[in-house]
Design a binder for this molecule. Sequence first.
Ligand SMILES: Nc1ncnc2c1ncn2[C@@H]1O[C@H](COP(=O)(O)OP(=O)(O)OP(=O)(O)O)[C@@H](O)[C@H]1O
Length: 577
Amino acid sequence: MQGLTRFRVLWGIHKSFHGFHPAPRHLHYQSLSAPGTTRWNDQDTPEEFNFASDVIDYWTQIEKEGKRGPNPALWWVNNQGDEVKWSFRELTDLTCRTANVLTQTCDLQQGDHLALILPRVPEWWLVCLGCIRTGIIFIPGTTQMKVKDILYRLQVSNAKSIVTTDALASEVDSVASNCPALKIKLLVSDHSRKGWMDFRSLIKSASPEHTCIKSKTKDPMVIYFTSGTTSLPKMAKHNHGFAFRFSLPSSRKFLQLKAADVLWCLSDPGWIMAAIGSLFTPWTAGSTVFIHHLPQFDPKVIIQTFFKYPITQYLAAPSVFRMILQENFTSLRFPTLEHCSTGGEALMPEEQEKWRQQTGLLLYQGYGQSETGLACGTFRGMKIKPGSMGKAIPPFEVQIIDSKGNILPPNTEGTIGIRIKPTKPFGLFMCYENDPVKTAEVECGDFYNSGDNATIDEEGYIWFLGRDDDIINASGYRIGPVEVENSLAEHPAVAESAVVSSPDPVRGQVVKAFIVLTPQFLSHDPDQLTKELQEHVKSVTAPYKYPRKVEFVPELPKTVTGKIKRSELRQKEFGLM
Ligand SMILES: Nc1ncnc2c1ncn2[C@@H]1O[C@H](COP(=O)(O)OP(=O)(O)OP(=O)(O)O)[C@@H](O)[C@H]1O
């Protein structure tokens, strides 16, 4: 049975679409920002914007007029051979049904908080858009969370509702009595569960007639929990302007997607990268969002997927590219893949080079945070400087600033700042929810202070050095962990490493490297390997940066989003844990 038909039969949904007459507003907005503009004036801000009505329903209309190609809006597959293909028309229909389930059946109102903890299942996209249609603020989270992570998020967010699957339902039930705000539990499953509403059957019987709210661009839309790499995760709240930003030519220039493109973004749905790469960017361009359910990252499955489906663009964290590279292919030529991008953590220049050698494709890097979305990046076709995160993406003006918010000259180490005065640009978070103190703390003069250390060169390329807290001060030298980790990555023994400062009775602090070895080096003599790695670092970078201490570990501590927790390693070194 064909995927789409199968899905319709599964859900009992018939092809009845109501008439939509959306104005193709989002394309008009392109004229509001010229590429290269670095400042956005508030008077250009559209008063109202809603991604569901202004973008999704626009493409639905284009489809109805027969002006869009046959590729689906969403193409979902799993390892069991199941497949879902939805057109924009179906997406409009299903997300209107979702909106009705949320507001009518669940009695949720505009401004209520909904925790959305789903794996890569099609319902994730339905709930996001259903929330956008209704003004319910959705709070994505990763399914890798444990009970205490879920409890923390439900409590601090005051979520009134949660949408999740069987895998986490019992965890939610075990903490629900400690979450007084939580009233509605929606289960995405083929089975029913006591105390939970059945999302799939509710959708079937819901009406596809729904009038989208007229959201103000400055109305809240989504809250992202930060990864918690440095402290407890914070709640970065974004408005509809975050979604609007993707309609600007400057944002569209980043991947240069066309309606015929098929974009595969591997990000966990709980991370802001998923909203960027598998929701707002592709659908603004009318492209296909391709999703592989992938409960675990298996590089072999990822590679097979490129050969099986006509994927043209690929976006994943550096660690995913790293896994594929570790398969050591001499030559991988993907039949339809044209463009690859990465971000979210440091990318080693040699990984970029290895990717080019093995696949013949360039690897473009971007940088962002839960607070900022994509702040800078290497636009498609722009010269790549290996190791650099590219240039500021308008309307963000990115500068390297000192602790008072003064702009520093090129090639001077400082903090990445995004201009917020006189005007805060679209796409930058509104605030940390319920935390005016933390919100005020990240304001630094006329800038938002990212807390990341970097330099900018004469051409405007930004070079990541490390988080402020991770910078090592050894014998008067300031050392960014990424530089040392980059050097270590060039050695075949190193699968992964984390570099932190460690106390030393003579020098105060020294550089220490925690190293996960590649399988072929596990049996090597550790002392000899330590010396070899130290010599290697001295030979490829300034010798003062070499790790005086080395510890081989089976794995590195990571956040639920897979980021290395250097702060945890550092605290252990200083006896603080
Ligand atoms: N291209 C990149 N290169 C290096 N680091 C990156 C890149 N992109 C993102 N990062 C890192 O990821 C961080 C953003 O991650 P995220 O918003 O998920 O939360 P977090 O900052 O890790 O969590 P917390 O603020 O709770 O400690 C950036 O501040 C930066 O340190």
